[in-house]
Structures are given as C-alpha cells and as structure tokens.
Design a protein around this ligand. Structure first.
Ligand SMILES: C[S@@+](CC[C@H](N)C(=O)[O-])C[C@H]1O[C@@H](n2cnc3c(N)ncnc32)[C@H](O)[C@@H]1O
Length: 304
C-alpha cells in the first residue's frame, strides 16, 4: 500500500495545497491561545486568535470529505488570572463553519500531572468560602462531523482491514466519554520539549475510531508530528501544516522520515512556503523568563 506524508510549513488558514473533500479525518490540537507556559504573547488579542481559528475551521470544512470527522483537542486557558472560554468558542465557531457537533470526550490526565497549576492550594492557606479554584486535570476532545457518513461507501476489504480490537475497546474503556490517558511528561531534553504535544495514545484511538486503513489524516497544527507518526504506524497517509519552521528537525525525527523505505512503502514531502515563521526559540526564551519570574515571586512570598 503506497502511503504519502506531506508536511507544509505555512499558516493553516490557507491549505490551498489540498483539494476540496480530499482528507478523511482531522486530528489536531490548536495553539492554546496565549497560555503562559506554552505560547506567551503569541497572539495580539483573543479576538485575533478566534479570527485565526475561524479561518482554519472553514478550511477544514472545505478539505474534509463528506460525512467525515474533525477531532479538536483543546481546553480553556487562564492568562493573567482571566479564563478564556476556548472550548465553548471553538464549538460555536466550528458549527458556524458548517459542521455538526457530534460529541465531546474528556481527556483525563493523572492527578500527579506536574504541569498543572496548583490553584487549589489557596484554600489550605485560607480555609474559608470563595477562595476555591480547582486544579485542572482534563482537556476536551471536540468531535465535529461534516454531514452524515455513508457506511455503504466503504469497500468490504477496507472495512475488514480496519476492524477494531473489541477487547481493547472494552478493556481500556474507549466506549466512555471520559478517556484516562497519561500526558506527555515535560521531561528536559525530550523531543517534544516546549511543544505542548498530545500523547500518541490519544491520536491512536481517534485515528482507529474515525478513519479506514489507507485513508488520509490531516493535522493543521502538526507541532512535533504526533498525528503523522501514529498515522504512519496505523497505515494511514497524513498531511500536516505547521507554521514554525524551527520544528522541521523534530518532525523529521519523530515521524522517522529517514527510515522511509525501510519500514513501509512511504513517500515524504516537505513544502516550505513564504508564510512559514520562526518562533520556537523566541517562545522558549519568553517561557524561561516567565518561569524565573514565577520562582522569584514564590520565594519572596515565602520569605515575607
Ligand atoms: C498545541 S501544538 C500541537 C502539538 C501537536 N499536537 C503535537 O502532538 O506535537 C500547536 C502547534 O500549532 C502551531 N501553529 C500555531 N499557529 C499556526 C498556524 N496559523 N498554522 C499552522 N500551525 C500553527 C504551533 O507552532 C504549534 O506547534
């Protein structure tokens, strides 16, 4: 089976490389607005962020085949003490772009997740009403559909080749709308460092549940390349858009582009458009500054 992997470095608001109705599934997580430890000050305003997402949603509706599904991993974000309702706003925006709102799955992370901010600790210092802010251990997987799927359109051999493992489906409780999956741990020096990558298991479940072998999966915010790596393992083709050209070496390594013909009949193509940007280094410097400011503030609070 010939599989194709294409990475386009450029802004996903324009996916002109893709013809209408040419992809069969979207799996992605958009940037988390200006999340302080992922994307500090990336967008000039929340309105600008939503305008960008609105254009991406319209492009996704255009390129997705009829009846197919877009899975958007996202969460509300706290910036400078203000909560931005990203889950609600993206839901509305995708519906306005023409999608049906099919489902929402909660991705539950382990309680020991070391990146969560311990807001609940305020109650330990002030055990009185109105000091409570919960620690967040979940994200949403929003599932949108373009019309309805024609199950009879799938050839019998493709259907059989894509059969799900019912023991795993039941044993790992895929059937619930809460999925317990360990997040990618933010260990220093790991390939995904500073990229807010989602776990391979999340992409794996979505690709197995919503696409057939040999079809094409699209990730408009490719990041480290998780969706593409897993699509390859599951014998699906994949197209990814990523604006930050600094991620090219990470994607190359994660997807295993150098291992091309050794593993399977795969072809790889990298397109670098004029609208590709460079901001990973700039972001990581800003995150370092913020972390050290947060540490200093904590130390001062302890000393006083
Ligand atoms: C949350 S990360 C995706 C992480 C990915 N799911 C993974 O597992 O590695 C979002 C990515 O979107 C990219 N991005 C932000 N704005 C973009 C745009 N307009 N077009 C394409 N990519 C964009 C960021 O550079 C970032 O790598």
């Amino acid at each position: 089976m010939a599989l194709r992997y294409q990475v386009v470095f450029g802004d996903a608001q324009n996916m002109s490389e893709l013809p209408d109705e040419s992809v069969h599934l979207v799996v992605t997580s958009p940037p988390y607005f200006n999340a302080p430890f992922d994307y500090p000050d990336l967008f000039p305003s929340y309105e600008a962020y939503l305008r960008m997402m609105e254009k991406v949603a319209r492009e996704l509706f255009r390129v997705l085949a009829s009846g197919r599904v877009a899975c958007i991993v996202c969460d509300d974000v706290l910036v400078n003490g203000e909560r931005y309702p990203i889950v609600a706003d993206l839901t509305r925006l995708f519906i306005d772009a023409g999608f049906r709102y099919r489902d929402r799955i909660v991705w539950l992370k382990p309680e020991g997740y070391i990146r969560i901010s311990r807001r609940s600790g305020i109650v330990l210092q002030h055990p009185y009403p109105l000091y409570f802010y919960p620690d967040n251990v979940q994200e949403s997987v929003l599932i949108f559909q373009k019309g309805r799927f024609d199950y009879a359109s799938v050839p019998r051999d493709v259907r059989e080749a894509s059969r799900l493992d019912i023991n795993e489906y039941q044993g790992s409780k895929w059937y619930l709308n809460v999925w317990q999956i360990t997040n990618v741990l933010p260990l220093q020096g790991r390939l995904e460092e500073g990229i807010a990558a989602f776990p391979e298991e999340l992409a794996r479940r979505l690709i197995l549940l919503f696409s057939y072998v040999g079809e094409t999966v699209l990730d408009p915010f490719l990041g480290s390349g998780t969706t593409m790596k897993v699509a390859r393992q599951l014998k699906r083709s994949c197209v990814g858009y990523e604006i930050d050209l600094e991620l090219l070496p990470v994607i190359r390594e994660k997807v295993g582009m150098e291992m091309a013909s050794l593993l399977d009949d795969a072809t790889f193509e990298v397109i670098i458009r004029d609208d590709a940007r460079h901001f990973r280094f700039w972001l990581s410097e800003r995150i370092k500054q913020r972390r050290s400011a947060a540490r200093n503030a904590k130390r001062k609070a302890k000393e006083s």
